[in-house]
Structures are given as C-alpha cells and as structure tokens.
Design a protein. Structure first.
Length: 353
C-alpha cells in the first residue's frame, strides 16, 4: 500500500531552502574566518585554531542540551519550529560579531572578542537553529520517500550555497573595500539574507500533531548500505538515515527523541568542522604562513595544496566506508518482526513494550 503523502512540492522546496540560511553562516564561517582573522585583523593562525578547538568543547554540552529542550517543547508552532526561527536571530547577530573585531583593540582583546562571538554563534544560536531544522525532517512527515526528497533538496541548496559563498565572497569583499570593514559589511549582508530565508523556510512547513506522529513510522526498503548506497547517503540521504535511527530509538525505548537524535549529528558535524579548522590553523602556522605577508614561502603553498586536495579525499573515503557498514533499516525490521508490528506501522508506545 502506498504511503500517505503529507507535503506539497512547495513545502519540500521551502524546507530545503533552509540550508541556504544555514550555509550562509557555516560556509562563510568555515571558509573565511581564518582568512579574515589572519589577513585583515593580524591574528596568528595557530592561536586562532587553538581557540576554535577550545570553543568546540562547549558544543559537546549545548548540542545535547538543545536536542533535549526541543524534545520537551510543546507550543502552537510545534517542537522544533520555535527554536529554528528564534535561534537564527542570534546567528545573524553573532555572525556579524565574528567579522567585526574592532581593529583598535589590543591583541588579547581581539582574541577574546573573536572567541566570545564564535562560541555564542556555534555553541548556542547555530546549535539551536540547526538541530531544530534537522529534526523537522521527522516531525513534518511520516512518508519515507518525502523524507528522502527533503534530504535531496537540502543537499542541493546546501551544496549550491556553499559553492556560491566560496566563489563570490573574496570578490565581494574586494568590491566593498578589501579591508576589515569590508568583511563586516559582507557579514551584515549575508546575515540579513540568511535571516529572511530561514524565516521563509520555517513558515513553509507545519509540524504534525504528536498523536499522529506516533501512529505510524517510516517504511524501510533497504536491507543494508553498500558502498554505492553509502555515497548516495553521504550526499543527500543523511537525514533519512537519522529518521531511521530515531525510529530505532522509538522501537526500543518507546519515546520520541528526534531533537536529541539530531543533536548528535550536529555535534559530530561541528566538532569535526571545529577540529578541522583548528588543524588548518596549526598546519599553516607550522608551514610558516603569515597572513599579513604579500608572499608566502613554498612550504606554506605545499601545505595548502595538501590540505585542500588530499585531506578531503582521504576523509571522504573513510566516511563512505563507515556508512557502508551501517545496518539501521534491517535492525528496525527485525525489531518490528519480533514485536509483531507491520513493517510500515508503529501504532503507539504500547506496541513496543
């Protein structure tokens, strides 16, 4: 029997466009924060990398905290939408703060300004917004195909936005003057764009009532992820997999913890991004890179080629291998069979006790 459909085409596109707002922050921050701080503000790459690594320690607490808070939220808008909407206001403000370090401050004060702004952005506001946005995948539809489609739209918007941000930002900054003030101007423009799009995305979908969510769950079609399936999952179906993991928790524990589940994804992404950025800073410092110098030594150029070409390839292969060993859907099918539940149905919590 065909699964019930919950979303129109414009709901899917509207939801997926939220990754434009997310990557206005994430791509801009991860791609150009180090460049701005070293070349325009004059801070040391190694120190900045260390501060980023320390900041990520706070994410370990805030990701789980906000995931739990989303699960406990009950409002007219739903569980996740309020956090998605209001969290981005803080994202916009702190994104500007990260690229508005006053040049008149002393060196220590500049480091402190960056650390506070960066930590508030990543550990508080971006965490609340992004976990809520991701959790909506499980809260606005029970249709497995729609969840996959939502992941596909997210990937398209995220990938396109990331490429666009990386392609136009340097030229945009140059047109605005090329100095520290120019980076602040660009950050303000990006923050406004992100705020508008995030609001549109959140308002384009509606969360299902909790009673309806608990009446049915996703239908599992795949036995196991092979390497090809893992690659597909890597580029577009990560959020469907998380919905399956959330279903597994519901089957074994009798509780819906979509917010907490997606917080684990956010935690991994941000810790990985933070460690990656920190390692970049350390490796640049080790190679002899000095942001304020017009000419860099050959050791720095060789290091940048290694970081931007070979390291991503190595980690992509490792990620694909890990995903190929996952077996979430099969585990869910086995649990349902043991409990006498139809493959595409979970009626209520009493069925899984």
């Amino acid at each position: 029997m065909e699964e019930k459909k919950y979303l129109k085409w414009y709901n899917k596109i509207g939801y997926g466009s939220g990754d434009i707002a997310g990557n206005v922050v994430y791509a801009f921050l991860t791609s150009f924060m180090m460049v701005y701080l070293t070349d325009s503000v004059g801070l040391a790459a190694g120190v900045v990398g260390t501060l980023i690594a320390v900041s990520k320690l706070f994410d370990g607490f805030t990701d789980i905290f906000f995931g739990s808070m989303i699960d406990k939220t009950h409002s007219k808008m739903g569980k996740a939408k309020p956090w998605m909407l209001y969290g981005y206001i803080g994202c916009a403000i702190t994104l500007i703060g990260c690229f508005a370090v006053p040049v008149s401050l002393g060196t220590t004060a500049k480091y402190a300004w960056f650390f506070i702004s960066y930590t508030l952005l990543n550990s508080v506001f971006y965490t609340a917004n992004n976990i809520a946005y991701s959790a909506l995948t499980s809260l606005i539809t029970k249709n497995s195909k729609e969840r996959v489609q939502m992941g596909s739209y997210r990937f398209i918007f995220a990938f396109s936005t990331s490429l666009l941000i990386q392609a136009i930002t340097v030229g945009f900054v140059d047109k605005c003057g090329g100095d520290a003030a120019a980076w602040r101007t660009v950050a303000i423009i990006y923050a406004i764009i992100g705020l508008v799009i995030n609001t549109i995305s959140a308002l384009s979908v509606k969360e299902l009532p909790e009673e309806e969510l608990n009446e049915g769950e996703v239908k599992n079609d795949n036995e196991k992820y092979g390497m090809v399936q893992a690659f597909k999952l890597l580029v577009k179906n990560k959020y469907y997999m998380m919905a399956s993991c959330s279903e597994y928790t519901y089957l074994t524990q009798g509780k819906r913890i979509d917010g907490t589940m997606y917080s684990c994804t956010s935690l991994g992404v941000k810790i990985g991004g933070g460690i990656g950025t920190a390692v970049v800073g350390w490796m640049l410092e080790f190679s002899g890179y000095v942001g304020t110098n017009a000419t860099q030594p050959q050791s720095a150029l060789d290091m940048m080629q290694f970081m931007y070409l070979w390291l991503p390839l190595i980690f992509d292969v490792l990620i694909m291998f890990v995903l190929s060993r996952m077996n979430v859907e099969d585990a869910n099918k086995k649990l349902k069979a043991e409990k006498g539940i139809a493959a595409d149905e979970v009626t209520d919590a009493s069925d899984i006790n």
